[in-house]
Write a protein of this length. Structure first.
Length: 184
């Protein structure tokens, strides 16, 4: 069979985004923590997931590639697409007021990372700590095949206050965003 397109769709994009979030979270948290009271600093994410399920390590970040919409009016030789993502941060605490503060600041830290990405980062192999990438490095998108055109934040959701079985309070703030790209 001869493939018409070399498109990789969301898979490599998800790995690149997780690697970038892992790499840049500390710098974003430094910005946020500089304005927080002593003893109330936010910690880096302990775990990164590609699908929502029972969280074992808190705080955690879940990055889900929700859907891919194709542009029917694009060049026949290209797959013009918008990949829609939802990124949820799972955080816990004992005080509902501080948990609300933590949710807003955690959301802002992830927004800082996402809106600061240099598009060249999508093409660069990066270290990643994720069990689905056993070699510990992403491959990066192939610049001869893929072109990232935009990353746009679409929505912030502060999440609802929950009380899981552990007795701790939990909150799951989230960011919906879209990555527009073309692939051959």
């Amino acid at each position: 069979m001869i493939q018409r397109y070399q498109a990789q769709f969301a898979k490599q994009l998800v790995n690149q985004l997780i690697a970038i979030l892992q790499r840049d979270q500390t710098a974003a948290l430094a910005i946020i923590n500089a304005t927080r009271p002593a003893g109330r600093t936010l910690n880096p994410f302990a775990a990164f997931y590609k699908e929502a399920h029972a969280i074992q390590n808190w705080p955690a970040l879940v990055l889900v590639a929700h859907s891919t919409a194709f542009d029917a009016n694009s060049d026949i030789d290209l797959r013009s697409q918008a990949v829609q993502f939802f990124c949820v941060m799972a955080i816990t605490g004992t005080d509902p007021e501080w948990l609300a503060e933590d949710a807003m600041d955690t959301l802002r830290a992830v927004d800082i990372v996402l809106t600061s990405i240099q598009f060249s980062d999508f093409y660069t192999p990066l270290p990643i700590a994720h069990r689905t990438v056993p070699g510990g490095m992403t491959t990066g998108l192939n610049s001869a095949v893929s072109k990232v055109q935009d990353l746009r934040i679409m929505k912030h959701d502060l999440g609802a206050l929950m009380q899981p079985r552990s007795g701790m309070l939990a909150r799951e703030p989230g960011i919906a965003f879209v990555v527009e790209m073309e692939e051959q």
